[in-house]
Design a protein around this ligand. Structure first.
Ligand SMILES: Nc1nc2c(ncn2[C@@H]2O[C@H](COP(=O)(O)OP(=O)(O)O)[C@@H](O)[C@H]2O)c(=O)[nH]1
Ligand SMILES: [Mg+2]
Length: 495
């Protein structure tokens, strides 16, 4: 039976994914709840290049094949200095990313002995930077279907297959299936393997690399529009750095810019440009991850009062910004006055839109909260999340009824509730309920009674839908406003 500690642990994991600072929070990859992203595809198709493009940093060894799994955990920090650490060398702090690349190459050799050998023992790398989003990515060796050269034995081929299967077989793995545009898609190992492992494509993102190398653009358009090989999430085409680009040290950020220009400039691809490129891929992944976390465990995060009070305006703005743009807001502080009289003002940049705090504050944190609030309110329009939640939180608002109204309007089956009693100490028990609807399960806050815990589960479902901008739910809630605002009983009958 699931107990309190279990949920708190889960909560911490979720928090470390969504946390703004993320410092020091480790995301164990073997936990079955925490999502991670792994690449699958043939050799030399551009998997490692794609990982670098997603991270937005140059840190992988160039010109050599990936021969050990590399687990990269990204931690967004507020420190200006970017650095990396390896779990096999915890005391060393790498600030030069060329040294990181060298260490990956050296550590690969240490374990594999021969220059062609592979090993399934992962290298664990953590990157701390203000310009990354909290994600875990796994770079894997390319799948070889037949012996590509004399140096690779049958054993090696099998070993790679097992290794890749172990990573992408887990239900919490988001598969990036990488196929190059300049090879026949029907024989793409990425497509074939991912379809075998995730037949409904529920957690597979198909990526087409090397679009720049394809002269036959009509074929590329066919693939990208899903006519050749339909997939659940739309195909994303990318243009990463070629060997020549690497030889001339083309900066990865410049490469991203060039990629954006490329899709916008080529007449055949123009109409698809808004959903092409590695930046778009990052946004889609962030969106997917957020909904994953919300539907599996996030309901609990949202409904827990203790945690809710800790959800600051900054967190709320961050959630919005990730959802809408896939980027984090960035804060800039200005100070005024002498040491004792110092006040702070803050501006926040949300995807290029700047918002300033309404006034000066004595404390840095207050200035940031103020700016986040200004930004959030103006981005959301009149009906803010705050006003919606205020309405939802009213005692007179029955969350169970609200949810029922929603499913009737949507014409989907009624929500299904399940409750269990959780013993925390010998004499303390709590009730915990879940509600399942529309294929999603939401977990409510713990409560003293079963009845209350069911309300909490419904609350969790509703709030999750509100946060994800579910228009129908917003409409259902607002339509209840009039009724809840009228007092139920006449209070002063004799007055
Ligand atoms: N022109 C071009 N070259 C690419 C692209 N993506 C990767 N490459 C090149 O293809 C080669 C293999 O890439 P790599 O990322 O190591 O492939 P991996 O073996 O799948 O990890 C490298 O020389 C890359 O520079 C792309 O989109 N366009
Ligand atoms: Mg590679």
């Amino acid at each position: 039976m699931e107990d309190l500690i279990y949920f708190v642990n889960k909560l911490q994991l979720v928090r470390s994914i969504l946390a703004d600072d993320g410092v020091g929070s480790a995301l164990p990859i073997d936990s079955d709840e925490v999502p991670y992203i792994a690449v699958v595809g043939g050799q030399g198709v551009g998997k490692s290049s794609l990982i670098e493009a997603i991270v937005g940093k140059d840190f992988l060894p160039k010109g050599i094949a990936t021969r050990r799994p590399l687990v990269v955990q990204l931690f967004r920090t507020e420190e200006a200095v970017e650095y990396a650490r390896f779990s096999h060398q915890p005391e060393r702090r790498f600030e030069d990313f060329a040294e990181v690349a060298q260490e990956i190459a050296d550590e690969t050799d240490r374990e594999t002995q021969s220059p062609f050998g592979v090993s399934s023992i992962p290298i664990h790398l953590s990157i701390f930077s203000p310009s990354v989003i909290n994600l875990t990515l796994v770079d894997l060796p390319g799948l070889v279907t037949k012996i590509a050269d004399d140096h690779r034995s049958d054993n090696t081929v099998q070993e790679i297959q097992n290794m890749v299967g172990a990573f992408i077989g887990k239900p919490n793995c988001i598969i990036l299936a990488v196929s190059p545009a300049n090879q026949d898609l029907s024989i793409s190992v990425a497509v074939n393997t991912s379809q075998e492992i995730d037949p409904n494509g529920k957690r597979t993102f198909d990526v087409l690399t090397k679009v720049d190398l394809m002269e036959n653009r009509a074929t590329v358009v066919n693939i990208l529009e899903g006519r050749f090989c339909p997939s659940r999430f739309p195909w994303v085409g990318v243009v990463n750095r070629s060997q020549e680009d690497i030889n001339i040290n083309l900066d990865i950020i410049a490469a991203r810019r060039r990629e954006r220009d490329y899709f916008g400039r080529i007449p055949e691809y123009k109409h698809l440009a808004h959903r092409m490129g590695s930046e778009h891929l990052v946004r889609s992944l962030a969106k997917y991850l957020e909904s994953y976390v919300k539907t599996r465990i996030g309901g609990y995060l949202l409904s827990n009062n203790f945690i809710k009070s800790a959800v600051t305006k900054k967190n709320r703005l961050q959630g919005y910004s990730l959802r809408a743009y896939g980027t984090f807001p960035s804060y800039h502080l200005c100070t005024e006055g002498e040491q004792n009289e110092m006040t702070f003002q803050c501006t926040v940049d949300v995807h290029g839109q700047k918002f300033a705090s309404a006034m000066h504050h004595r404390h840095l944190k207050d200035a940031e909260e103020d700016a986040a609030d200004v930004a959030y309110t103006s981005l959301m329009g009149n009906e803010t999340m705050e006003t919606l939640f205020e309405l939802l939180n009213k005692d007179t608002m029955c969350k169970v009824t609200l949810l029922l109204g929603y499913v009737h309007k949507k014409k989907v089956p009624d929500p299904v509730y399940a409750s269990s009693r959780v013993s925390v100490e010998p004499h303390r028990t709590f009730w915990l309920s879940t509600v399942t609807l529309d294929d999603n399960t939401y977990i409510g806050e713990f409560a003293n009674t079963r009845r209350k815990s069911i309300q909490n589960a419904a609350f969790s479902a509703v709030s999750s839908m509100l946060e994800s901008g579910n228009d129908l739910m917003i409409e259902c809630l607002i339509s209840k406003r009039m009724r809840t605002e009228v007092p139920r009983r006449k209070r002063c009958r004799n007055a």
